[in-house]
Each structure stands twice: as C-alpha cells, then as structure tokens.
Design a binder for this molecule. Structure first.
Ligand code: H2B
Ligand code: FE
Length: 299
C-alpha cells in the first residue's frame, strides 16, 4: 500500500522509536544505571503524552543534569566564534544560554515561533525516519528532552537535549536554513522506502554534519558537529576530505555509530543548499501532491 500522508502534525506518530529510543543497549553509557534509565523513561513518557498545541512541560533538571549541560556549554562556547558558521553565531545570543540553567524546550519553542515560525514537539528518543522527516514538512522539529549520561558529558550515542539545543535550535532560528530543512520534509510526503532512506542521508550530511564555506574557510552548521567539542576541532583540522554537496549523487553509507566524519559535504551558502535540495525534491515529488497537501493545511 502507498504510505499514508499525514494531514495534521498530530497524525505524525511521535511514538515509533528506533535504536536506543526503545531500550538502552550495552554500548550506551547509561546501560547499567537503573536510576538513569528510569529518569530517561519518565521524561520519554511525558513526551508521548504531549498533545500538539499544548505547551511543552517544564522539567526540573537535577544538579547532575545541570552539571552535564554546563560542562558542555562551557567547552563548546569557546570554539563557536572560530568554528561555527555566521548564521549560528548570529542567532545564538537570542537564547541567552547560562551554564547553571538547563534551557526549557518550551522557551526555545517560543523563540523559534518568533524568528522562523518553526515549532518543537517533544519525543522520547530516536524517531522513525519517515515520521521524523514528515514532521519537517509541518515545520516541526521533534526533540528529545532527557540529558545524556553524566559519566560522559562529551559523548552520547543518541540525540539528547544538549545536542538538540546546542546543535539544532540556533540554526532553526534562521529562516534560510529552515527553508533547506523544509524541502527535505516536503519531499518525504508520500516518498517510498528507498526515497526515505536517501532523504535520511541528505538530512544527515547537511542538517547533522554539514559545513559551509565562508571566505575560504569552512564552518560548521551541522548539529552533530556543533554539539561536539572533538568533532568541531576535527572538522577544522584539515584532515577530513571536503566535497561539494550534490543531492542527486548516491550518498555514502552512514551510521549512528560512526566516529568523527572522514568527509564533509560543503555548501557555498544556505541559499545554494536550499536551491539544490528544492531541485532534488521536485524530482521525486509531484507538485500536485504538495499542492493538494498544502490546500488541506489551511482548512
Ligand atoms: N529522531 C530524533 N529524535 N532526532 C533526530 O535527530 C532524528 C530522529 N533524526 N529520527 C532522524 C531520525 C534522521 O536520522 C533521519 C531523518 O532519519
Ligand atoms: Fe540531531
């Protein structure tokens, strides 16, 4: 049967999880920590119960969670001026991050509403790719709300709040970047399984691990790079290969268990990236489908 196309954001299932989303495995730093698992599960439970349109529940983070957030923020903040793209640097101050306060998703969502019009929906872990990508068509970013295990503040094998907030949120306040992300989302509506997999890779090599050229240098805009001290330095070290981003090309294999990227795909600008993705996406979607879908949106 052809895939269902959600007509409203509520129809996008935020409960189908992959990998650690479902259960922690041996290679997760929190695997042997019953207290951590319970905390992660309780926060996930709140996400599952969240209704679109309702405010995202405020969480009281523990002193240990605050320490993890503060440690990561303190270290990354030193690298941003030299390693992050100018769009990131320009929206970052809007959020007024403090080392002793874990940001609340609802407060981040309010700022996005005013800057780009995007929304945030809480989710309990790594979401199924089709659902995650379909969310982007609604200008919605599904975000986790739990924090990585305190034994390894600089590492997480799955998305966590620190990655979402330092990696994704400031970029999602930039309308041109949002246009690029939106193209991937629109193309996922009604896409077949192999197209979903290709779009997943396009998402991975741009939104997660993309870099952009700035006056002869390369700067990070991908959230996986921006949220990792080690990967930011690796990106700028001159070691990894750099290739122009071309969405029509067969994209290399990727895995959540890869270490630092051996190769980055480079955009000349977000306008350029958005326009390339628009062309690619137009090649796999029918304009009628999108038009009909959009018409339902305004009902
Ligand atoms: N789920 C969550 N919660 N965060 C992500 O960044 C994410 C996801 N990325 N599901 C998706 C999958 C990505 O790997 C692509 C689009 O499938
Ligand atoms: Fe991410």
């Amino acid at each position: 049967p052809p895939p269902q196309i959600p007509r409203t954001l509520s129809e996008v299932d935020n409960g189908k999880l992959l990998g650690f989303g479902a259960d922690l495995a041996e290679d997760h730093p929190g695997f042997k920590d019953a207290g951590y698992k319970k905390r992660r599960q309780d926060i996930g439970h709140l996400a599952r119960g969240h209704e679109v349109g309702e405010p995202i529940p405020y969480l009281e983070y523990t002193p240990e969670e605050v320490r993890v957030w503060g440690t990561v923020l303190r270290e990354l903040r030193q690298l941003y001026p030299s390693h992050a793209c100018k769009e990131y640097l320009s929206t970052f101050p809007l959020f007024d991050f403090k080392e002793d306060i874990v940001p609340q998703l609802e407060d981040m969502a309010k700022i996005l509403r005013q800057t780009s019009g995007w929304q945030i929906r809480p989710v309990a872990g790594l979401l199924h790719p089709r659902d995650f990508l379909n969310g982007l068509a609604f200008k919605c970013f599904h975000s986790t709300q739990y924090i990585r295990h305190p034994s390894r503040p600089n590492y997480t094998p799955e998305p966590d709040l620190v990655h979402e907030i330092l990696g994704h949120v400031p970029m999602l306040a930039n309308p041109v970047f949002c246009d690029l992300v939106h193209q991937i989302g629109l193309a996922s509506l009604g896409a077949n399984e192999s197209q979903i997999w290709h779009l997943t890779k396009l998402y991975w090599y741009t939104v997660e691990f993309g870099v952009v050229r700035e006056a002869g240098d390369i700067k990070a805009f991908g959230a996986g790079v921006l949220s990792s001290f080690g990967e930011l330095k690796h990106m700028a070290s001159g070691t990894p290969a750099l290739e122009p981003f071309d969405p029509f090309m067969k994209q290399p294999k990727m895995s959540y268990k890869d270490g630092y990227q051996k190769r980055y795909f480079v955009l000349d600008s977000f306008e350029d990236g958005a326009s390339k993705l628009r062309d690619y996406c137009a090649s796999i979607t029918s304009p009628e489908l999108i038009k009909e879908w959009r018409a339902h949106q305004s009902l």
